[in-house]
Design a protein around this ligand. Structure first.
Ligand code: AMP
Ligand code: ZN
Ligand code: ZN
Length: 300
């Protein structure tokens, strides 16, 4: 297998593009793809500070690495959820890469700052799925930290496989309000809400893993002990089966959905009440007290 660009030995074959590449040309293409997504969706430019949410996994660490190597103004954010056997290990990987890249890193510990870890919060609320609580808490803390730091954009490491599996799941339910929001970039809709960017949304998990390994990024490999919904994994598995038979399906499904969304869904009224400010923390919410603050109210 030879590199299509230079004829040297290839390290990876991208079936969806019918393209084999050597290390140098794979990395070059990866960087170009990230830049293309940033430009196409007008996510942010080099002068603008960006808060990169890093979990310690391959996707977000690769995102931090590629943005820094492309000269973007990045600050890392690690949210320590206090999950035993995971959070400390993940944090160590994040700290290691941030130090190596000389990137400023902010660590927010749920337990230190708000008195309870995620498992402790979840225990008090058996009626809520821990993964939904976790998602809500992370979104809140990403936005709050960006706001406190005066940063207007938060970038996450969501990859094509993540995006396509939630697209499939939302489509199967015809969940129009979720579909309307499913985009690589969501601009801010309130002065206290950061824009949200997913610069790796068009790159597969496999491409990102290759980038991480070739860039010698040591990442946290274990899945969360509460493991993300089994359904997400099932959809990813199904989509991989389809991809084997018909390479390029994932990318096409996501790309074509984006043009559809732009034409028909972007500006629809999803029936959400207008945003106001939380009575307790002052952050945007559609209710009197935001979902995050409600977690810590006594009678809840
Ligand atoms: P997940 O919600 O676990 O699928 O992760 C999606 C993205 O959210 C990751 O690529 C990260 O950018 C971000 N993220 C997840 N967990 C954390 C964390 N503990 N701290 C900071 N960012 C995170
Ligand atoms: Zn080459
Ligand atoms: Zn609040």
């Amino acid at each position: 297998m030879k590199c299509k660009v230079c004829g040297e030995k290839a390290v990876i074959k991208l079936r969806q593009h019918n393209l084999a590449l050597c290390e140098e040309h794979f990395i070059e293409r990866f960087r170009r793809e990230v830049e293309r997504t940033l430009k196409k969706y007008e996510m942010f430019d080099r002068g603008q500070p960006v808060l990169v949410a890093v979990s310690g996994g391959k996707d977000s660490l690769s995102l931090l690495h590629v943005l820094k190597s492309l000269d973007y103004k990045v600050t890392g954010l690690f949210i320590d959820l206090g999950i035993e056997g995971m959070s400390e290990k993940a944090r160590a990987k994040v700290e290691e890469l941030a130090a190596r890249l000389d990137v400023e890193l902010v660590v927010v510990s749920l337990k230190d700052k708000y008195g309870e870890s995620l498992p402790e919060i979840a225990k008090r609320r058996p009626q809520h799925r821990i993964c939904s609580l976790c998602g809500m808490i992370k979104r809140y803390l990403m936005n709050k930290t960006a706001y406190d730091l005066g940063i207007k954009v938060v970038a996450t490491g969501h990859n094509l496989d993540d995006e396509v599996s939630s697209l499939l799941s939302n489509t199967l339910r015809w969940d129009v309000s979720y579909l309307a929001k499913q985009s690589p970039y969501l601009p801010s809709v309130h002065p206290k809400l950061a824009a949200r960017a997913k610069p790796l949304a068009f790159l597969t998990e496999r491409e990102i893993a290759a980038y991480a390994i070739l860039s010698e990024i040591d990442f946290h490999r274990e899945a969360c002990p509460f493991s993300r919904g089994a359904k997400t994994l099932f959809y990813k598995h199904l989509l991989n089966e389809i991809e084997v038979r018909s390479p390029g399906t994932k990318l096409r499904f996501y790309r074509e959905f984006q043009s559809f969304r732009k034409r028909y869904l972007r500006d629809i009224d999803t029936g959400m009440p207008p945003l106001r400010e939380c009575k307790i923390c002052g952050m945007p919410t559609s209710l009197e007290v935001c979902a995050f603050c409600r977690l810590f109210q006594r009678d809840n």
